[in-house]
Design a protein around this ligand. Structure first.
Ligand code: HEC
Ligand code: HEC
Length: 305
């Protein structure tokens, strides 16, 4: 309850609450004392409709007393009266922690048994993959899509060995555990400005069998060798250690149009930094080892049916 810098609102709430309770008690006492009148003949409608002024029924008043006593007990035991913490030492964080600990104790044997299985086998275990699918929906789907198919700026996790950082179990686990940040330096200047970019993009498009300007091939090929091969490989098939993608498989995270490629080459890609790119967050410490193992099997299974 330290959201407020002054104590004013705490007192304000506490006083209003107590005043409200006192008012209810006064009202009940006052109503209880009222003398019984069976009718008030001054109010008669429609000839014979008489307004009565009876005492409230006893059960109703006792229920009200019960509620008042309950509310006082509640405010003494639980936090609720301004910043008063209650005598019961209850906090929602404590209750949450207790419930989580109980849940973990309950699920631990199952998770331990998953952890003991090879990811390849685990990917065929129906129960395990249902759990993994739920974790994926919660943690991963907002970036990689609910079907793991990726989207603009987010790689598909279904493409197996075509994945930039590798599609085997060890590489996938590394991607999830430690996170990934592929860095491609801006190359516009290095290749000599717009004409160079145009040439190297034409060459790159030829590698994937896309439409391109034949006349620019020689220049583009040379520029590629000098500027891109160090990261993307001499054959353009990518270097997994750097997360530099294969440029020959016609799979494009940032789009396969000439304009999209031109933009990447000119400005580079520096996950998360300059252009509002995203990086792959590290999940160690966020998810348990067993959960990461489950997700590894889940992702691996997407390309190994
Ligand atoms: C904030 C968005 C975001 C979230 C959340 C996220 N990822 Fe990623 N992930 C990325 C980005 C961006 C990349 C590409 C990083 C790069 O290559 O620079 C990536 C890369 C990967 C890769 C490597 C892909 C390749 O091409 O080699 C794997 C595997 C992966 N993510 C799995 C997961 C899993 C499993 C989860 C959930 C636990 C997850 N990601 C959650 C954004 C995200
Ligand atoms: C320093 C290493 C490095 C150099 C040099 C480099 N790249 Fe890259 N490139 C990468 C990495 C890493 C990525 C993935 C970036 C990401 O997803 O965050 C990438 C991504 C790309 C993409 C996007 C692919 C897609 O799936 O959309 C294209 C296109 C590309 N590079 C072309 C080139 C060209 C052409 C050159 C040379 C002019 C070049 N790169 C030079 C490392 C490099």
């Amino acid at each position: 309850m330290s959201d407020f810098t002054s104590n004013f609102w705490n007192l304000y709430i506490a006083i209003l609450t107590i005043a409200g309770i006192i008012f209810c008690i006064w009202l009940l006492v006052a109503v209880g004392k009222r003398e019984q009148k069976s009718s008030d003949s001054s109010h008669v409608w429609d000839g014979d409709l008489t307004e009565l002024n009876n005492q409230l029924p006893g059960w109703w008043r006792w229920m009200f007393w019960g509620l008042l006593i309950f509310s006082i007990g509640y405010l003494v035991y639980f936090p609720g009266l301004g910043s008063f913490k209650g005598t019961g030492d209850w906090t929602q964080i404590k209750q949450f922690d207790e419930e989580m600990t109980a849940l973990q104790a309950k699920t631990k044997p199952t998770y331990d048994s998953y952890l003991a299985m090879a990811a390849e086998d685990l990917s065929k275990n129906k129960n395990a993959m249902e759990t993994a699918g739920r974790i994926f929906s919660n943690e991963c789907a907002r970036c990689h899509g609910s079907d793991a198919g990726g989207g603009a700026g987010f790689p598909s996790l279904k493409s197996g060995d075509a994945m930039s950082w590798g599609g085997d179990v060890a590489a996938i686990k590394q991607s999830i555990t430690e996170g990934r940040t592929g860095v491609m330096t801006p190359m516009g200047e290095a290749v000599g400005g717009a004409p160079g970019v145009k040439a190297v993009v034409a060459y790159m498009r030829s590698l994937s069998g896309l439409s391109h300007d034949e006349g620019l091939m020689a220049q583009g090929g040379k520029l590629f060798e000098d500027n891109c091969a160090a990261c993307h490989g001499a054959d353009g098939k990518g270097v997994k250690e750097m997360g530099a993608p294969n440029l020959t498989d016609n799979i494009w995270v940032y789009g396969g149009s000439e304009a999209a490629m031109t933009k990447v080459v000119e400005l580079g890609k520096n996950s998360n930094l300059a252009q509002g790119d995203f990086a792959m967050p590290a999940y160690k410490g966020v998810l348990s080892q067993a959960q990461i193992h489950l997700l590894t099997a889940y992702v691996w299974g997407k390309s190994h049916k």
